[in-house]
Write a protein that binds this ligand. Structure first.
Ligand code: NAD
Length: 467
């Protein structure tokens, strides 16, 4: 078994000096040259490449993540994004000429320069500990910022591994990790930042946004959502069952973009339940508990919260329901709910619970989805193209997977983020560069145009006005 570095809280009294050091590096313009950024991105890539074993081991210990899922959803996503950003850095960072400029204004060379925002703070969540921390960090590096990363303390092994990789591979004067929980994050929020990029729950997002507002610091908030899947009567029940089951067993349901509840046409409900039972058996022939592919709930606190949701539901368990606190195991569990005030619907479960609610038609499903959460992080409509288009146009969301689960976030050139209560700002690919970039408008007035400009100076006259 691989030996992992130790997770240790950063002493609170060290935090201001560490942040000042990182800020001084930005002020010295060290992180700005494109070649510097490219080198840092490449070093991080190889740091991840060379430490794959301990990353896999850390994710296994923290949340029982299988090697396959760690490669697919942590290493693969971040390493692909690094390559994409490094390959396109020149293009993204280039000055952009202003669009549709009148001929006379062309004299002033109007353009947009891509300035790094400065020194930024990235706060990560536990469920994809590598991706949600390093994804924003590589955006900051590519934009020319310096950065402090505060990973989630709920995934301490992954946090410690990232600290080791960053310390060994990146410029330590420009990028560093501060470890800790609420006291350390609070101390970080007391420092000056040019942007705070936060991933996590809406409750804590509110704390971050309030604190940032005191200094007018911009924030990107990647929050949770009560994402609906909407299955119309014309959907293929087998496809819907397999795809939505996968969307909930990934990371044992601890995924911000998994569906929180399913609204399904009552005509198709029996076929869907039959198919989801078949799919579960197919995915885990010896049961989820015995499968090396199925993760665990991150800690006892989250396990107890999920158990309480199941204990208190008035719905009927149709599939699953087995759990073991000792192993933090919770079986994928389908519950038919009969009340829209059931906490399985109105609260984000963030676990492998799959509530289904039968509706009479698509209009009812759309109405319910809008009432539960008008701006979820994602929606998943299943049906024919007319039906899925209707859902897309009548239910807002950060992103959407039509006839699937969270496929949209795996496309590197699609910005990923929420809307309204599910967050503000986006990243991945070019959006990661842009979220840490200031688009600075610039004109340059040549000396020789002074004659033409004379018209703007007083004394004003009617004759000048008519010109
Ligand atoms: P969390 O809000 O508990 O923690 C996130 C981060 O905030 C951690 O680094 C933590 O140390 C810090 N934090 C916690 N309490 C704090 C406080 N009082 N003051 C300052 N900082 C504090 O979230 P989590 O449990 O790690 O993640 C689960 C939530 O995150 C879910 O709601 C999920 O939907 C959401 N999420 C969103 C995305 C996305 O991309 N939109 C991705 C993953 C998770």
């Amino acid at each position: 078994m691989a030996t992992l570095p130790l997770f240790e809280h950063t002493p609170l009294e060290d935090i201001p000096a560490i942040v000042n050091g990182i800020r001084a590096t930005f002020r010295a313009h060290k992180s700005r040259p494109l070649e510097y950024r490219r080198v840092q991105l490449r070093k991080l890539y190889w740091g991840l490449h060379d430490n794959q074993d301990i990353i896999v081991e850390a994710c296994k210990r923290d949340i029982g993540k299988s090697s396959f899922e760690t490669h697919l959803t942590e290493l693969g996503m971040v390493m692909n994004d690094i390559i994409y950003l490094a390959d396109n850095l020149e293009k993204f960072a280039k000055d952009e000429p202003a669009e549709d400029v009148a001929l006379a204004n062309k004299l002033f060379g109007p353009k947009i320069r891509k300035d790094p925002l400065g020194t930024v703070l990235v706060i990560g969540a536990y469920n994809f500990p590598i991706q949600l921390s390093l994804g924003p960090l590589i955006g900051a590096i590519s934009a020319g910022c310096t950065a402090v990363l505060k990973p989630s303390e709920a995934a301490p092994n992954a946090a410690a591994v990232m600290q080791k990789i960053i310390a060994e591979h990146l410029d330590p004067t420009a990028y560093t990790v501060i470890q800790g929980a609420i006291p350390e994050t609070t101390a970080l929020l007391d420092q000056r930042w040019d942007k705070i990029f936060y991933t996590g729950s809406a409750n804590v997002g509110t704390i971050i946004a309030k604190k940032a507002a005191e200094t007018l610091t911009p924030v990107a908030l990647e929050l949770g959502g009560k994402n609906p899947a909407i299955i119309s009567k014309n959907a293929d029940p087998r496809l819907a069952a397999r795809r939505l089951l996968w969307n909930k067993i990934l990371n044992a349901g601890q995924v911000c973009v998994s569906q929180n509840y399913i609204l399904i046409d009552k005509e198709i409900l029996p076929a869907f339940i039959k198919e989801i039972k078949i799919a579960l058996k197919e995915f885990y022939p010896n049961g989820a508990q015995n499968s090396p592919d199925y993760g665990k709930i991150v800690n006892t606190r989250q396990f107890t919260r999920l158990k309480k949701m199941l204990d208190e539901t008035s719905g009927k368990i149709l599939l699953g329901g087995t759990m073991s606190e000792k192993d933090l195991f919770l079986e994928p569990t389908v519950v038919q709910v009969d009340s829209l005030t059931d906490s399985l619907v109105v609260d984000e479960s963030f676990g492998p619970l799959i509530p289904v609610f039968a509706v009479t038609d698509l209009d009812e499903a759309i109405q319910i989805a809008n009432e539960v959460d008008g701006t979820p992080l994602a929606i998943y409509p299943f049906g024919n193209s007319k039906e899925t288009e209707k859902v897309l146009s009548q239910v807002r969301s950060g992103g959407a997977g039509v006839n699937d689960g969270c496929f949209h976030l795996s496309i590197p050139t699609l910005p990923f983020g929420g809307v309204g209560g599910s967050g503000t700002g986006a990243y991945h690919g070019r959006a990661s560069f842009e979220t840490f970039t200031h688009r600075r408008s610039i004109t340059t007035t040549p000396g020789w145009v002074e004659g033409l400009l004379a018209i703007r100076y007083p004394p004003y006259s009617l004759a000048k006005q008519k010109k």
